[in-house]
Structure formats: structure tokens, C-alpha cells
Design a protein around this ligand. Structure first.
Ligand code: AMP
Ligand code: MG
Length: 343
């Protein structure tokens, strides 16, 4: 068991450098520190230290063939980790970094081999969060950081989510309040002639197209068939405690599935947009935000998924959302979280 130090920064107007310095010292000394980013909370360790990186896999119970994203504070630190930077990748970095996008590039071997899990490529990003950036600058090392949750569960969007999953398994946690985007970064492969989206996320396909023209999408994302190029995409993910069902169709159709399950004596939780939620009746109906504001739905998604508890709820029913903009990332996560999809 490890004692977990918790630093509270969210109530401070300015970032208290004493706490950041302490956390950065932990990272430099091979310890693990969870910290807020603009996407979700990350669990960080020195990316150049194999032993430190191993602690991340152990704390999360993460499969050893799922590579980690290296987090850095500047473009210079990013290019220091890669062999060669194609022109389109540089354009994307200049357009969206710091921001919720991870670039898969040829690795130059600076990071420990368990960061890339033996791949010739490395995923790198510059997070757009004042605490994350300050921590990375202060530590002055690349920091490997997957989401700070137990593998398979929804990613953490608050420090309390991290605490529930990882207290006594990690060395430190910086509480910086709720994260902004609420879903993970977009992962984009920049090792081929044209960029390929391996995981939809905070930066949308439309935004990327506006900068580089054509962008491809890993066909596995659309079909669910074959081997995804981002190893992590093959695993069950984001699963709440109780089974999640996705229902496509009218409010009446969703209500009839709810009624069927209620009749069987099941306790049915519902999560839906504000507009749909107001029309549905069940034991618990939780609102994700307005259908007209998919960013709000993205932001609330994991918190609401985590709020349904075994014992109180037997199954969760959720509507589907349009796959435009951030809607692509929302539906990608919901499809991976769900055990059943009724069309
Ligand atoms: P997480 O940090 O848990 O949100 O997961 C990071 C995602 O990025 C996973 O889906 C990984 O498989 C993917 N990823 C990280 N590095 C690479 C890489 N070098 N090549 C392809 N995918 C990667
Ligand atoms: Mg994750």
C-alpha cells in the first residue's frame, strides 16, 4: 500500500508553486502523480524511467501492450522525442497544441520502452491546462500519462473519481477541480502519407480537415472489425458498474424498453439529453445536458456514468447522439461502454 498525498489547488486563484514543485519533485524521483488536464485526469510518471512507468501499469491494472501518451509542455520537448516530423504534423501541432490531440510519430527512443510497449512510434501531446503545463515545466521531463482510472472504467473527470479508483495505489494527486473537455484526446497517426484518426476526441475531424484537408479515419472505428491501429482501442473501456444499453430511435421506443424492464422488476437508470430526459419516466433519470450542446454532454458523460451504482440500478438506458463534431467521440465512448445496442 502506498500513501497518496493530495494537493488541493482548485480553490486557489493562482497556481501555488510550492505544491506544484513538490509534485514535480515526486515525478523526477520516479513516483506517480495524478493531475488534471483539459481532457481527463492523467496518471503521470517520468517517461524516461522504465521503473517509474511500470508503476502506472501496476496501479491501473493496464494491459502491458497498451502504449502510454507522453505529455510535454512545449513543441521543442515534443520534437525532442521524435525522429522526424512530417509537414502536416507540424501544421496540426501549431494549430491545436496545447490542446486535446495526441500525435503518433516515429519515436527516437528517448522514452522508456514500456511507454511505447515496443512500438517504433510514440504518442505525444501538449495538454492545455494551467496545472498540467506548470507541472510539466517544473518537472522538465516528458511525463507518460494515461487516464488516472482503473483500466476499463470510465475516465476520471474530477479528483474524487481518481481518489475512488487509485487512493493508496499512487504517490500523489493534484486536485484541480473538474476537467474541461471531459473526454480523452483525439489520437492521430502522423506516420503515414495522410493523417489517420485512431481515436476520436477533443479535436474533431472537421477541425483537423480545416487545417490539412484530407484526414482518414481508422476503418476499425466505423466497422468494429479488425485490429485497431491504436492498441488501446481493442479493449473494453469506459464501463460503468452496471450494464449500459444504447437505444436508437424515438422517445416512445426508448420508453417502451424502459417499461419492459421495469415490468420485469429491474431498477432502470436512464441517461439522456435534457430534452429527452424530460419526456422519459423511470426510477432514476439523469440529464447529460442539452442536445444542442454536445460539448456539455461530453463534459458530463463520465461523471453520470460513474454515478450509477450496483444495488441501486440494474441497468442503464441511454439514447444515441448525432455523430457530428464532438458527437463522434461521445458515441465512440458510449459504444465501447455499452453491452447492448438496440437499433
Ligand atoms: P489513454 O491514455 O488511456 O487515454 O490511452 C491512450 C490511447 O492512445 C490508447 O488507445 C493507445 O493505444 C493510444 N496510443 C498511445 N501511443 C500510441 C502509439 N504509439 N501508436 C498507436 N496508438 C497509441
Ligand atoms: Mg484510458
Amino acid at each position: 500500500m502506498t500513501h497518496t498525498v493530495r494537493w488541493n489547488l482548485h480553490e486557489n486563484e493562482k497556481i501555488n508553486s510550492k505544491e506544484i514543485q513538490e509534485a514535480a519533485g515526486f515525478l523526477r524521483n520516479g513516483m506517480t502523480v495524478a493531475f488534471p488536464t483539459e481532457t481527463v485526469y492523467g496518471l503521470g510518471a517520468d517517461a524516461t524511467n522504465e521503473e517509474a512507468v511500470a508503476k502506472i501499469f501496476e496501479a491501473k491494472g493496464r494491459p502491458s501492450d497498451n502504449p502510454l501518451i507522453a505529455h510535454v509542455a512545449t513543441k521543442k520537448q515534443l520534437t525532442d522525442l521524435v525522429d522526424n516530423l512530417p509537414e502536416f504534423a507540424e501544421k496540426l501541432i501549431d494549430a491545436f497544441s496545447p490542446g486535446p490531440i495526441t500525435f503518433v510519430l516515429p519515436s527516437n527512443g528517448t522514452c522508456a520502452k514500456n511507454v511505447t510497449t515496443g512500438l517504433p512510434t510514440i504518442g505525444v501531446r501538449i495538454p492545455d491546462h494551467p496545472i498540467a503545463l506548470e507541472l510539466l515545466k517544473e518537472a522538465d521531463i516528458p511525463v507518460a500519462a494515461p487516464s488516472a482510472n482503473i483500466s476499463g472504467k470510465p475516465s476520471p473527470t474530477t479528483a474524487d473519481h481518481v481518489w475512488v479508483d487509485l487512493n493508496e495505489k499512487i504517490n500523489g494527486l493534484i486536485d484541480g477541480g473538474s476537467t474541461g473537455v471531459g473526454l480523452e484526446s483525439t489520437v492521430i497517426d502522423c506516420t503515414t502519407e495522410l493523417p489517420i484518426i485512431l481515436r476520436p476526441g477533443g479535436i474533431t475531424k472537421e477541425q483537423i480537415e480545416a487545417v490539412v484537408g484530407t484526414v482518414l479515419v481508422d476503418p476499425v472505428l466505423a466497422t468494429g472489425l479488425g485490429k485497431p491501429k491504436a492498441p488501446g482501442m481493442k479493449y473494453t473501456h469506459y464501463a460503468p458498474e452496471v450494464p449500459l444499453w444504447l437505444i436508437e430511435g424515438s422517445v416512445d421506443k426508448i420508453q417502451s424498453v424502459i417499461d419492459q424492464e421495469l415490468t420485469k422488476g429491474n431498477k432502470v437508470g436512464v441517461m439522456a439529453s435534457d430534452e429527452t430526459a424530460l419526456l422519459l419516466q423511470s426510477d432514476q433519470v439523469k440529464q447529460l445536458g442539452s442536445r444542442d450542446n454536445l460539448a456539455e454532454i461530453a463534459n458530463n458523460l463520465y461523471d453520470v456514468l460513474r454515478s450509477f451504482k450496483n444495488g441501486d440500478t440494474d441497468l442503464i438506458i441511454c439514447e444515441v447522439f448525432p455523430e457530428t463534431g464532438i458527437g463522434q467521440a461521445i458515441m465512440n465512448r458510449l459504444q465501447k461502454a455499452a453491452v447492448k445496442h438496440i437499433e
